[in-house]
Ligand binder design. Structure first.
Ligand code: PNS
Length: 351
């Protein structure tokens, strides 16, 4: 068996271990004819991996990373060996375990995949395969696809997955896609929020009217060296957004693009106050798109009455004991006055 196309085209895969039924070249070819020949990044999950031929073919054709699940010890070893043969040792992860248990762990860890292959042993009844299909919905990122190989077309319950089965000799291949109408339109609203101001709240509120769900992402290690810990900043935001039904608050420890990717989000909301914000926002949005091409930054223009307002101004006023009434939400006014007062002039001039 060889890799059919892509960067590892022609690489011969290791011998098929006993008890493993590899996907025939014809079916592999047909699968990639339907999915598209080449890909631009993304994560693939190969369940009942066997030799790993499907996941490795996907890596060769442009997927960035692959996770393989295989219960058979020898087969898991063959997958690892095949990854090395193809030059993809760094891009593949082999989980040795049963599909049910590994699916549970993957769902619990919040992992999302753009493509899932499942090639269960033919002895598994269609209903049981249908149960696996039902679980895959939680692991597919928006627009993600799953390909199931089976002796009989599977029967699944969830209407989140739409698809059709095609017959290739004695094998049915079922192509599924997470249907768009069930996708939650998710947006991330990132920032230092040191502290959250009424300007931020206005932007979050307006974003929450446009998107199904908004995650406020509080940067842990932000460039400016925040005065409050990330937990304190997140707590203040929680007090202010607690009544907004479709807004949640999370701590972001690392790159914004990774935070977004892990949550299956491609939209990030930023508030723009004046032209002076533009330079830095433009640069960040371009860099983020270089790191994650699907990433879109959507700007919401600050309300005129907030265009002068910044967290750094709030910090400076509060640090001298001045009143920040009207600049931060009433719910956190007392806490902000107390936490930021220290008589030290703020050095940073933006935020
Ligand atoms: O409120 P701020 O200070 O303008 O927010 C800046 C924030 C948190 C959005 C930015 O620092 C950020 O995205 N940090 C995460 C790390 C990251 O992805 N850096 C690369 C950005 S180009």
């Amino acid at each position: 068996m060889r890799i059919i196309a892509g960067t590892a085209r022609g690489v011969r895969l290791g011998p098929v271990p006993n008890g493993v039924r590899p996907t025939s070249d014809r079916v592999r070819e047909a699968v990639f004819n339907s999915l598209g020949q080449f890909f631009d990044g993304g994560e693939v999950l190969d369940l009942y991996a066997g030799t790993g031929a499907l996941g490795i073919e996907a890596l060769s054709r442009g997927y960035e990373r692959a996770v393989f699940v295989e219960i058979n010890n020898r087969a898991a070893g063959v997958v690892r060996e095949n990854l090395v043969r193809a030059g993809f040792a760094e891009r593949g992860e082999v989980l040795r375990g049963g599909v049910e248990g590994e699916l549970e762990r993957l769902v619990a860890s919040g992992r999302k995949f753009h493509l899932i292959f499942a090639d269960p042993p033919y002895r598994i009844p269609p209903k049981e395969i249908g149960d696996v299909v039902d679980r895959l919905a939680a692991l597919l990122s928006p627009g993600g696809r799953a390909v199931i190989e089976s002796r009989h077309p599977p029967v699944w319950d969830t209407d989140i997955m739409k698809g059709e089965s095609r017959r290739y000799g004695g094998t049915f291949v079922t192509f599924l896609e997470r249907s768009e109408e069930h996708l939650v339109k998710l947006a991330i609203c990132p920032g230092s929020f040191d502290p959250i101001t009424v300007g931020h709240v206005d932007v979050i509120n307006r974003a929450a009217h446009i998107y199904d769900h908004v995650i406020v992402a509080v940067g842990k290690n932000v460039r400016k060296g925040p005065r409050l810990t990330v937990e304190e900043r997140a707590r203040l935001i929680g007090k202010v957004t607690g009544l907004m039904e479709n807004v949640s608050v999370e701590i972001m420890d690392g790159l914004l693009v990774e935070f977004a990717r892990e949550r299956g989000a491609t939209v990030v909301i930023k508030g723009l106050r004046a032209g002076s914000d533009f330079e830095s926002e433009f640069q960040q949005s371009q860099l983020n798109r270089t790191l994650y091409p699907k990433f879109e930054t959507v700007f919401i223009m600050a309300a005129a009455e907030h265009s002068f307002l910044s967290s750094s101004a709030v910090r400076e006023i509060a640090s001298y004991g001045g009143s920040v009434h009207g600049l931060v939400p009433d719910e956190i006014l007392d806490i902000v006055q107390r936490l930021y007062v220290d008589g030290q002039a703020e050095k940073s001039n933006k935020g």
